[in-house]
Design a binder for this molecule. Structure first.
Ligand SMILES: Cc1cc2nc3c(=O)[nH]c(=O)nc-3n(C[C@H](O)[C@H](O)[C@H](O)COP(=O)(O)O)c2cc1C
Length: 357
C-alpha cells in the first residue's frame, strides 16, 4: 500500500490501476456531460469569507445521521458495479467506512448483495434499491433489508430510465450491472410515484431517504410525506443532463425543508473545502461518489481509509482557516460567489494532475 499523503496521489493511482472502460464509467456523465461540469463549476464558484480571532485550537466536525454517529459529515453514496474498481467492491467500502466511522449507502446493483454484505459487516448501513419488480417484490426486499439489520432505505428517484452515457456507448462498454442505454428493466423505476413513498412510509418504520431531489417543490413534498432524509442529487451528472449544480439547488431545498429533516447533497464534491461549503449552505452531510470509486480503485479498503483520513484533515484545516471551530459555526455568512477561475471539469479539484505530478 502506497503511503498516500494527498488525494491527488490517490486519484493518480486510480488512473494507473483502471482500464479505459472502468475509468470512463466512473468519471463520465450523461449526454454532453454539462451537468457533470456544472456540479464542479458550482462548487468552485463559492468562495470563503473567512473570519479571524475565534479560538480554533480545537475543531470538531463529528455529527450524526439517522441516529448514527459520524466522524465527519460525509456519506459514501451508492455505487453500482463498484466491484469494477476493486474486486472487493461494496465489501471494501464497508470495511473502510466501518473502521473510519461514517455511513455507507449500498447500491442494489453491485456485489456483494445486501444480505451477504450485512452478514459480513453487521452495523449501521443504508440500502438503496432500484425497483425491478412490483410492490410486493419491493415490500419483500424492504422486509429482508430490515431483517438483515439495515438502518435506512433509500429510493433513488432520478433514474426513471437509464441515461445515455456516451463515453460508454462509444466503446460499447457495458457496466457489470448490465445497464446500457436502452437496456435493462426500468419499467418499475419509471412507474414510481408519490404513492410509492406513501406506501413505504405507511408500511415500514425504517427511515426513508429520497435521493435525486432537484427542486424545492419536491423537497417540500418529501417533508410533508414524512421522508426522513432529503437527498439533493443529479446522480453525479449521470442521469438528466443540463441540470443545475447540486450545490446551487441546496439553498432552496434547505429553505423548503426548514429543519424538518436532514438534507444530504452530492455532486462534484471532491475535497474537504468542498464539503465545508455545502455545510455552510445548510447540508447535514455530503455524499462523495467519485471520491469513493477513485479511492477504492487506488487500493481497496486501505486506500479508501487513507482518503477519508486526508479528507478529515482537509475539512478540519478549512474550518480552522475559515474561523469555525464546530459545525454550528458554519453558515452562509462565511461564503460569497464569484466565477470559477477556469472551465471546471470532473477532475478540476486536482489541478496538479495536468502538470504531470
Ligand atoms: C460509478 C457510479 C455508479 C453509481 N451508481 C449508483 C447507484 O447504483 N445508485 C444510485 O443511487 N446512485 C449511483 N450513483 C450516483 C452516486 O450515488 C452519487 O449520487 C454521485 O456519484 C454523486 O456525485 P459525485 O460522483 O460527483 O460525488 C453512481 C455514481 C457513480 C460515479
Amino acid at each position: 500500500m502506497a503511503d498516500f499523503l494527498t488525494l491527488h496521489e490517490i486519484v493518480k493511482k486510480a488512473r494507473e490501476n483502471l482500464d479505459q472502460g472502468a475509468w470512463d464509467y466512473l468519471i463520465g456523465g450523461a449526454d454532453t456531460e454539462s451537468a457533470l461540469r456544472r456540479n464542479r463549476a458550482g462548487v468552485e464558484s463559492w468562495l470563503f469569507k473567512p473570519r479571524i480571532l475565534n479560538d480554533v485550537s480545537q475543531v470538531d466536525c463529528d455529527t450524526e445521521l439517522l441516529g448514527q454517529p459520524m466522524r465527519i459529515p460525509v456519506v459514501m453514496p451508492p455505487i453500482g458495479s463498484v466491484q469494477a474498481f476493486e474486486a472487493g467492491g461494496a465489501a471494501s467500502v464497508a470495511e473502510a467506512t466501518d473502521e473510519f466511522g461514517i455511513l455507507q449507502v449500498l447500491s442494489s446493483v453491485c456485489t456483494p448483495d445486501f444480505e451477504t454484505l450485512a452478514a459480513q459487516h453487521p452495523g449501521p448501513r443504508v440500502y438503496q434499491l432500484y425497483l425491478t419488480g412490483d410492490e410486493a417484490w419491493m415490500d419483500d426486499i424492504i422486509s429482508r433489508a430490515i431483517e438483515a439489520g439495515y438502518t435506512g432505505f433509500c429510493l433513488t428517484a432520478d433514474t426513471q430510465t437509464y441515461s445515455r452515457r456516451e463515453r460508454d456507448i462509444l466503446k460499447r462498454y457495458v457496466p457489470l450491472s448490465g445497464r446500457i442505454a436502452g437496456g435493462g428493466d426500468f419499467k418499475a423505476q419509471a412507474k414510481m410515484t408519490w404513492d410509492t413513498v406513501a406506501h413505504i412510509k405507511e408500511k415500514f418504520a425504517l427511515p426513508l431517504l429520497i435521493k435525486g431531489v432537484g427542486a424545492a417543490e419536491d423537497a417540500r413534498r418529501c417533508v410533508e410525506m414524512g421522508v426522513d432524509v432529503v437527498w439533493v442529487s443529479n446522480h453525479g451528472g449521470r442521469q438528466l443532463d443540463h441540470t443545475r449544480a447540486c450545490i446551487d439547488v441546496l439553498p432552496e431545498v434547505v429553505e423548503a425543508v426548514a429543519g424538518k429533516a436532514p438534507v444530504v447533497v452530492d455532486g462534484g464534491f471532491m475535497r474537504g473545502a468542498d464539503v465545508v461549503k455545502a455545510l455552510c449552505l445548510g447540508a447535514t452531510a455530503v455524499g462523495m461518489g467519485r471520491f469513493e470509486g477513485l479511492a477504492l480503485a487506488a487500493g481497496g479498503a486501505p486506500a479508501l481509509l487513507a482518503a477519508l483520513q486526508i479528507l478529515e484533515h482537509e475539512i478540519k484545516t478549512t474550518m480552522a482557516l475559515a474561523g469555525a471551530n464546530c459545525l454550528a459555526q458554519l453558515s452562509p455568512d462565511l461564503l460569497c460567489r464569484d466565477a470559477p477561475l477556469a472551465p471546471a471539469h470532473v477532475l478540476s479539484a486536482f489541478p496538479f494532475l495536468v502538470e504531470g505530478y
